[in-house]
Every structure is written in structure tokens, then in C-alpha cells.
Design a protein. Structure first.
Length: 639
């Protein structure tokens, strides 16, 4: 059996109604024809933080075009021109059959077009000729978007044909977002020009927001100002007043795009473009059609369902947020995510993480080492700590990011949506949701993904904090020159051993060691050589300590050894071993000086009235008596 056809879909903002409609057409065709769809879907341009958009758009770098048979490009939904051109370049290099929508800029790709120009011309002419508007303002999408450009030029053309001037102050350029409609009305209201007879908007989102803002300013639509949109969305049809708009065959565009890809793969000859008709829908916002009772009832039913779903979603989101905030490990996060994914009833869900998501902390924190965050692209190896396939839950320890999927079932008709997992611009991984309308239909999807991303980032920060605490603790208790305990570390460890010996009745041994002739070494050979001698002496002392002993640099050229569970004769054994190790060290390093030290030891049972400091003082006094008997001059060797 031949493998299923694989099509990549590149789109941004699948929570918008335009994208929803086109994708529904693509997805329904794929399921009916056993085609596999991999939809790469960031939400860019929503939050005015460039680092956030960078993290979102990084999902496009995951696409391995070698794994696909064709590409469907909704580049008209991507607001970042740099990101858009990067994608176009990669698709061209792939040589794959590709379909775009409403874009004449790339003759290499098949172009499915809606007749934006004619539909917009009819809307503008209707407002002028039927409703007598003369002062007309326009809210445009970005002219880098071909659809926005077509609609704007149509508006300009009709105005010119009717000998109506277009003052630049009466045109506002936005990004097709709702907030642009509000900004446009505020701008128009603050200008020195009179308010217009009509406002033509390049899409419904901006038009509806414009009506809301006009209402806030005291204007009635359409009595005072006519407003029209474009796309004939659900909200536009059921708004009050219902919005004059343009109905587009969006689902048909999606189905046609898939069919064109299959035709090109099969070698069927095809034209370079297909033009689908769009039709004006005249409604209440221009003073035409009134809403009928059937439409009103349908709208009420839909609103009731949406409100009910919204309340359920908010409750789930609040519980998820609370539970995730209480986690200290990735395992805890995964367990909570799994519980909520089962509650949402997703057929298949994969959480994929970059193999280096916690690399900065895995080997301990090091202030001298700079770790490069994963900003662009994904690690060669990925992990999938959570995969849910119907009622089965498992993980994949490692897979190649070039495969994109941690596993495949080999069947056709699967629709998978890839969503980015990141914190600001730092890439953590991605999600895959398969055969579910949840990413398209639920307002909860993006919020859940953000919560999971933030939770994983919090685990990263917690690992970082714990790693720094361990490193600071290490600096607190370790001597950096000699790589053994310092005084702080010795006291902390010795107190525990001292108390244990007190409870068990074991004897404790303390040896105090003072280096002989360090000043002579420093004066004759320099402090660097003196540090070397201290390090070698510390190495000798450390080698004398087995599992029952600890040692430390007590300060300057003074060292200490503590032993527990000792017996009679262990002092002599330790000091003889120390002397032998020291002789071996001098023989190995063969320096023009001799590393020497004085050692004094004491042993005692640990009783309730005995203090650790008392034993240290006793050993120090014994060492000092031995040291006084030595002549320091002998520590310099003569040739």
C-alpha cells in the first residue's frame, strides 16, 4: 500500500474566522480523501512584543519540506514581511507543488483568488449611489497584503470614477485587527475634518470595532454614519446592526487548494490561477436589509452555546493555572497536563521539548560559562515526555526534529496542528494536536498553551535557582584553591560527625597540620609557586583520608583531618601514611624546595562534656610543639 499524501499548511492566527473557514475546507477534504495535513500555526502580531512573535514564528523553522508532497500557503495571514519572505524562499527551494491565496507576487505557485476588486467596487458604489454618501473614509489592511491592496485600489478607483476626492487624512492603515477599527475612528474623530457619511472597512473585524467606537462617541449606525466590512463573518451577520459585507467562498477555497495539490502531484495540467466569485451582502449597517426572526433565533442559540462553553473553559483554565503553579518538577507538570488533556477529550496530543530545554542547569551553574538559548530552529534531537493517543499515554525519549512527529500511525486522513511552545523568544519545543477542532473552535486553546509554556519556563527557572544555590553552597563550604573543605565546610560536616560519635560512643581523631616554610617558598619563588605547594600538600592530605575521614583547609597554610570510628594505633598509622605520601609527592614534583608540614594528632571518646573545639585545640598544641623543634632552613634544597 502506498503511503498517504502529505501536505503542509502554513498559516498564522487560526483563531480568526477567515483562517477557520479556509482550514475547515482543507481539513474536510483531507479526511474525505485520506490526505494527511500538517498545519503549522503560530499566533503572531496579537501581542505587541517582538520577542513573543519571534517565539511564535519559530514553529515555521520546524518544517522539513522533504517530508511533504505539497504546500498550502496562507501567507496573507502572516503580518511579518521578513518571516513571510523566508517562508516563500524555502518553499521555492523545495520545488514542491504550492498553492497561495489572493497573491499574484509568486507566479511559481498556483493562486486561488477571490474577486476582491469587483466585490469591493460594488460595496463602495452601493454606498455612493444608493445611500448618497460623499465624504467617505476608509480603514485599510496592510498594503503588504495583496488582498488589502486589491480592496484599497478598488475603493480609490470607485471614488475617482464618481469624482469624489480621497483625502489622505480620511484613510487609516491597520493590520486587519479589531483594535485597528477603534484606532481609526479615534483618528478620524480627532482630525480637523468633519466626520464622514460612511466608513468602508477592509474586513469585518475592523468594521465592527469601528461601530463600537462610533457608538461610544455618540454616533448611530447607519443613521449618522454608514459602516461596511468585508468577509461576512459570523459576528458580522449577527451583530446589531447586521453588517453590510462581502461573502467569500472560504471553505471552497480550502477544498480547491487541496484538489489542486493532488492534481499537480498526479501530473494533471493546470492553469496558474483560479478565481472564485465574492458577492456583496447588503444589511442594516448601510440602511438596507433588516434582520429576520429566524436569523435572530439562530444567533441566540449560538450565543447561548458560546457563553456556556466559555464558562466551562474559564473554569478549566482557572483550575489548570492553579495546579500548574503548584508544580516543582517537569514530571508534576506532565501529570497535570495529561489530566486536563483527557478532560478536553483531545484524540491525540503530543508535547515535544528541545533536548536542551534545561541544558543551562543540567551540569550545574557556572558564571563563567554562557549558554546559548534556543532562539531559531529546534535541536536535532527532541524528547516527547507526553503523548496521548486516545486512551493510551506514553512518552518518547528521543526522536529527530527532522521527523517532526515523535511517532506516526501510518494512516491517512489525519489533521495535525503544530503550535509553538516558547517563553518570549526562547524556544522550548512545540505541541501537536491531531484530529481535533479544539485549536480552531475554542478560545481556550491559546491560553492553555501559554499556561503550559509558562509552567515549563518556571521549572527551568526553579532548576536554575536550585543549581545556583548548590553552586553558592559549594563556594561557601569548599576552598577553591585546594579543592577540599574550607573552615565553613569543615565545621558543618564535623558537627554532624561529632554528634553521631557522641550518640554511638565512637572515638574521634583530630589531626592539625601546618605547612612548614611557605613564606620561604613565596619569597624565593613567588606566590604562584606557593599556591602550587599548598595545592600539592592538600592533595597529600586528601589522599590520607578514607571513607571515615574528612579534611579541610582551616585557613592560610593550616589544614585539619577528622576521623570517626577510630581505634588505638590509628594516629600512628595516619601520621606515617602522611609522611610517606609527602615524600612521594616531593619525589614526583622534583622542585628546588621541599614541601613539608608539621602534624599533631589527638584521639578521644566524644562525651557530653567534650567540645569539638577542645579536640582541635589539643591537636593544634601537639602540632605546634613538634613544629618548634624543626629548623625551617632545611626546606630549601641546595644543588
Amino acid at each position: 500500500m502506498s503511503r498517504p499524501i502529505e501536505i503542509a499548511v502554513i498559516v498564522a492566527g487560526i483563531d480568526e474566522e477567515y483562517q477557520n473557514a479556509v482550514l475547515e475546507g482543507i481539513f474536510s477534504f483531507a479526511k474525505k480523501n485520506d490526505v494527511n495535513i500538517s498545519c503549522f500555526a503560530p499566533i503572531g502580531g496579537v501581542i505587541s512584543i517582538s520577542k513573543y512573535d519571534l517565539g511564535e514564528y519559530n514553529i515555521f523553522s520546524l518544517i522539513n519540506y522533504d517530508r511533504f508532497d505539497g504546500v498550502i500557503l496562507l501567507t496573507n495571514t502572516i503580518s511579518d514581511p521578513v518571516e513571510k519572505e523566508r517562508i516563500i524562499k524555502q518553499v521555492k527551494q523545495s520545488k514542491l507543488p504550492a498553492v497561495v491565496f489572493d497573491c499574484d507576487d509568486y507566479p511559481e505557485f498556483f493562486n486561488i483568488k477571490t474577486d476582491n476588486t469587483n466585490a469591493m467596487r460594488q460595496i463602495v458604489e452601493h454606498v455612493i449611489k444608493v445611500h448618497g454618501a460623499k465624504n467617505i473614509n476608509y480603514i485599510s489592511g496592510p498594503l503588504t497584503n495583496p488582498e488589502a491592496e486589491d480592496r484599497y485600489r478598488a475603493f480609490i478607483g470607485v471614488m475617482a470614477q464618481n469624482e469624489l476626492p480621497v483625502d489622505a487624512r480620511r484613510v487609516f492603515f491597520g493590520e486587519f485587527r479589531a483594535q485597528d477599527g477603534k484606532k481609526a475612528v479615534r483618528t478620524f474623530h480627532k482630525s480637523s475634518l468633519s466626520m464622514p457619511d460612511a466608513i468602508i472597512a477592509a474586513n469585518d473585524n475592523m468594521a465592527l470595532a469601528a461601530i463600537e467606537e462610533l457608538r461610544t462617541l455618540g454616533y448611530k449606525v447607519p443613521d449618522d454614519i454608514i459602516v461596511t466590512g468585508f468577509d461576512n463573518t459570523f459576528n458580522a451577520r449577527h451583530y446589531s446592526p447586521s453588517l453590510t459585507s462581502v461573502d467569500r467562498p472560504l471553505e471552497e477555497e480550502g477544498r480547491k487548494a487541496c484538489q489542486v495539490i493532488l492534481d499537480m502531484i498526479g501530473g494533471k495540467p493546470a492553469e496558474n490561477e483560479m478565481i472564485l466569485s465574492a458577492a456583496p451582502v447588503y444589511a442594516e449597517s448601510c440602511g438596507c436589509k433588516k434582520c429576520n426572526e429566524d436569523d435572530s433565533n439562530t444567533y441566540k442559540q449560538n450565543i447561548f452555546k458560546r457563553l456556556t462553553d466559555c464558562h466551562t473553559d474559564i473554569s478549566l483554565l482557572n483550575r489548570l493555572t492553579t495546579d500548574l503553579a503548584d508544580n516543582d518538577t517537569l514530571e508534576d507538570v506532565i501529570e497535570d497536563i495529561a489530566n486536563y488533556i483527557h478532560e478536553i477529550h483531545l484524540e491525540r496530543f503530543c508535547l515535544c521539548l528541545c533536548s536542551n530545554w534545561d541544558e543551562s542547569f543540567r551540569d550545574g551553574w557556572n558564571v563563567s560559562k554562557k549558554h546559548e538559548a534556543q532562539i531559531r530552529g529546534y535541536t536535532q534531537k527532541m524528547i516527547a515526555p507526553l503523548i496521548i493517543d486516545r486512551n493510551r499515554q506514553f512518552s518518547v525519549d528521543s526522536f529527530n526534529s527532522s521527523e517532526m512527529y515523535p511517532y506516526r500511525d501510518g494512516k491517512g486522513g489525519n489533521v495535525s496542528i503544530f503550535l509553538p511552545l516558547h517563553f518570549r523568544e526562547v524556544c522550548l519545543g512545540y505541541y501537536i494536536i491531531t484530529n481535533s477542532e479544539f485549536p480552531l473552535k475554542s478560545m481556550l486553546c491559546n491560553s492553555i498553551m501559554l499556561n503550559i509554556s509558562h509552567s515549563i519556563e518556571n521549572i527551568r527557572k526553579l532548576l536554575n535557582l536550585n543549581s545556583m544555590i548548590r553552586e553558592l553552597d559549594k563556594l561557601y563550604v569548599n576552598d577553591p584553591l585546594c579543592n577540599i573543605f574550607n573552615r565553613n565546610g569543615f565545621i558543618r560536616a564535623a558537627d554532624n560527625i561529632f554528634n553521631r560519635c557522641k550518640r554511638s560512643g565512637e572515638k574521634m581523631l583530630i589531626s592539625f597540620i601546618d605547612m612548614d616554610g611557605l613564606k620561604l617558598i613565596n619569597d624565593n619563588f613567588g606566590h604562584k609557586e606557593g599556591d602550587f605547594a599548598l595545592q600539592r600538600l592538600a592533595s597529600v592530605i586528601s589522599n590520607c583520608c578514607d571513607n571515615n575521614y574528612i579534611c579541610a583547609r582551616f585557613g592560610g597554610d593550616e589544614f585539619i583531618i577528622l576521623g570517626s570510628g577510630v581505634h588505638e594505633g590509628d594516629i600512628e598509622k595516619l601520621e606515617n601514611n602522611f609522611k610517606k605520601q609527602l615524600e612521594n609527592m616531593n619525589s614526583i614534583i622534583n622542585k628546588p624546595y621541599e614541601i613539608a608540614a608539621s602534624i599533631g594528632s589527638t584521639m578521644s571518646e566524644v562525651t557530653d562534656d567534650l567540645l569539638l573545639f577542645t579536640l582541635i585545640t589539643q591537636a593544634d598544641e601537639i602540632m605546634y610543639e613538634k613544629k618548634k623543634k624543626k629548623a625551617t632552613s632545611r626546606y630549601l634544597r641546595r644543588e
